[in-house]
Design a protein around this ligand. Structure first.
Ligand SMILES: [Zn+2]
Length: 284
């Protein structure tokens, strides 16, 4: 599933194709994805300049000058492909939504498993959208500080791993980047969120930002379905230190001459990868 760095990578490559452009046609090729496609999707956004593309959590938002916004969520397997004007189109299956700009750029949403979502609403109604209303802070915004992170974690005894995945606290951090950030910050994933001391919160805060920025710079992580808008995979999966590395030696321990194998456990039905030496559980 695309996480924040993957969605941000897609967003950045969509900007040149869409911002300031006007849509000349919108093909809606089936009635629904996870939700029905909204009424008016193929007509309301037409012939209006796109003023801005933005991201909120893992949602892509396309704002139009006449005050409407298209929201796109890629779900599990959704991909967006951009074909610049004049490019020969490779045949693709599962193109459920195709946007054409007046300049003949073609942006296609492909989603074989159809867990994705497209919504259309008035931009002023954004905060009332059920998908957006309860979202927490953006980890790459100025709102995300050691103070706000401390506050977000102080109110819960749930495991820190789960607290970081909770979109009502911090958005966009999925399983991969939470595992990587906790490893770098040397915090055991089962620690109670409100048990972290000030030094640990500070480390966690800076590593969350560092890892997300590094992942965006590498074009995101490709494990299964995610690709860039030109079909190329991301490269950050090669830089994962613990995620997907069960049974491999911890690279940090190795530099200190210790052989410690990365372990996997299950938390809330999702795999957690960690180093039992670097990330000690003080309660065990
Ligand atoms: Zn280690």
């Amino acid at each position: 599933m695309p996480e924040l760095p993957e969605v941000e990578t897609i967003l950045q490559s969509m900007k040149p194709a869409l911002e300031g452009q006007t849509l000349s046609s919108i093909e809606v090729n089936r009635p629904d994805l996870r939700l029905p496609f909204p009424q008016g999707l193929s007509t309301i956004p037409l012939h209006q300049p796109v003023t801005r593309l933005r991201r909120r959590a893992k949602y892509i938002l396309i704002d139009f000058q006449h005050g409407w916004t298209i929201l796109i969520h890629l779900g599990m397997s959704g991909r967006l492909f951009i074909n610049p004007a004049g490019e020969n189109l490779p045949p693709r299956k599962h193109e459920h939504l195709v946007l054409w700009t007046k300049d003949k750029n073609r942006i296609a949403l492909v989603d074989p498993r159809r867990f994705g979502m497209v919504c259309l609403f008035r931009t002023t109604q954004e905060n009332q959208q059920p998908q957006l209303a309860h979202l927490g802070m953006e980890p790459l915004s100025s709102q995300f500080t050691t103070q706000t992170l401390t506050k977000a974690l102080a109110t819960t005894r749930m495991p820190i791993k789960n607290a970081l995945l909770d979109q009502r606290r911090i958005v966009g951090l999925g399983n991969i980047y939470v595992c990587e950030a906790l490893f770098k910050a040397r915090i055991h994933p089962q620690r109670a969120a409100n048990s972290l001391n000030a030094r640990e919160v500070k480390r966690l805060h800076s590593f969350i930002i560092e890892i997300l920025q590094a992942a965006i710079a590498a074009g995101g992580s490709t494990l299964r379905d995610y690709v860039h808008t030109d079909g190329q995979p991301g490269a950050f999966q090669n830089l994962h230190l613990v995620y997907g590395r069960e049974g491999e030696s911890c690279s940090t321990c190795l530099t200190k001459g210790r052989i410690v194998l990365i372990q996997r456990m299950t938390q809330s039905n999702r795999s957690t990868f960690f180093c039992p030496h670097c990330q000690k559980n003080p309660h065990k």
